[in-house]
Design a protein around this ligand. Structure first.
Ligand SMILES: [Zn+2]
Ligand SMILES: [Zn+2]
Length: 253
């Protein structure tokens, strides 16, 4: 299956398979991909399209989680009531927002490079995860820690912002425990560098060995020759540390 080439702009019909809880099933693919898009980006199965102009990879998504959440409308089949504890044992307290569809366009460098001066990450989307949901940074507001937001993370550790923008500040648990694994590629930040889970080839990542951007250079399954990559861990700053390692592309919504 790996070697199928998708002709430019052919739309592949999405077919509904019941494979939500089957890690070994054929990976889903975005509905539209161009032939020049490297295989690895096709792992972003929640994208509605992935294209390449040779310099940037453009990933479009609706930002709707493909898992249950108490933040979906009760009429949505993915609505699920929540009670109990969430991230770090916090007692769940639902925020007043609900999930709504977005029109994200993430434009990320195809050939990411370390930046000369490292930009801080903004509030709002800083990257895209495999299911098309954006990653957010470690702040709830300008320099405000997530402390008071953590209680509103649902069972897969995401929540919506005012305006309905669903996002992950921490490990996207649906991806690390249902769709992929703790060692898996989980998405990309806007600078084009990949984001991996809290383990590397099945071994917990030692946070003290990560740099101030929350990454390091090592071989990975997808990049056997080695690449700089971020690791998500369960301690602040969770996904990304002191800004982007590379030069970010753009996000429009
Ligand atoms: Zn948030
Ligand atoms: Zn690593």
């Amino acid at each position: 299956m790996k070697h199928i080439i998708f002709p430019a702009f052919i739309t592949i019909a999405l077919f509904a398979c019941s494979k939500k809880n089957n890690k070994t099933s054929t990976p889903e693919i975005p509905s539209t991909v161009t032939a020049t898009v490297p295989e690895v980006y096709k792992k972003i199965y929640g994208a509605t399209s992935i294209t390449s102009d040779g310099t940037y990879i453009t990933i479009k998504s609706k930002g709707l989680p493909d898992h249950t959440s108490p933040y979906y409308a009760t009429t949505n089949s993915l609505y699920e009531n929540f009670s109990g504890t969430t991230f770090a044992g916090a007692t769940f307290s639902k925020n007043p927002n609900s999930i709504s569809e977005k029109t994200y366009t993430f434009k990320i460098p195809l050939d990411p490079k370390v930046a000369v001066s490292h930009q801080a990450t903004p509030l709002g989307p800083i990257g895209v995860s495999l299911n098309g949901v954006p990653f957010f940074n470690q702040y709830a507001g300008p320099n405000q820690p997530l402390t008071n937001e953590i209680v509103s993370f649902d069972k897969y550790w995401g929540h919506p912002a005012p305006g309905g923008m669903y996002h992950y500040h921490v490990e996207p648990l649906f991806l690390t425990t249902v769709k992929a694994s703790k060692s898996a590629l989980l998405g990309y930040l806007l600078d084009g560098f990949p984001v991996y889970g809290p383990e590397e080839f099945g071994v917990a990542v030692d946070e003290s060995k990560l740099d101030i951007y929350h990454g390091h250079t090592n071989p990975t399954t997808e990049y056997p020759n080695g690449i700089y990559h971020y690791h998500i861990t369960n301690k602040d700053p969770y996904i990304n540390g002191n800004g982007y390692y590379g030069t970010p592309g753009t996000i429009s919504q």
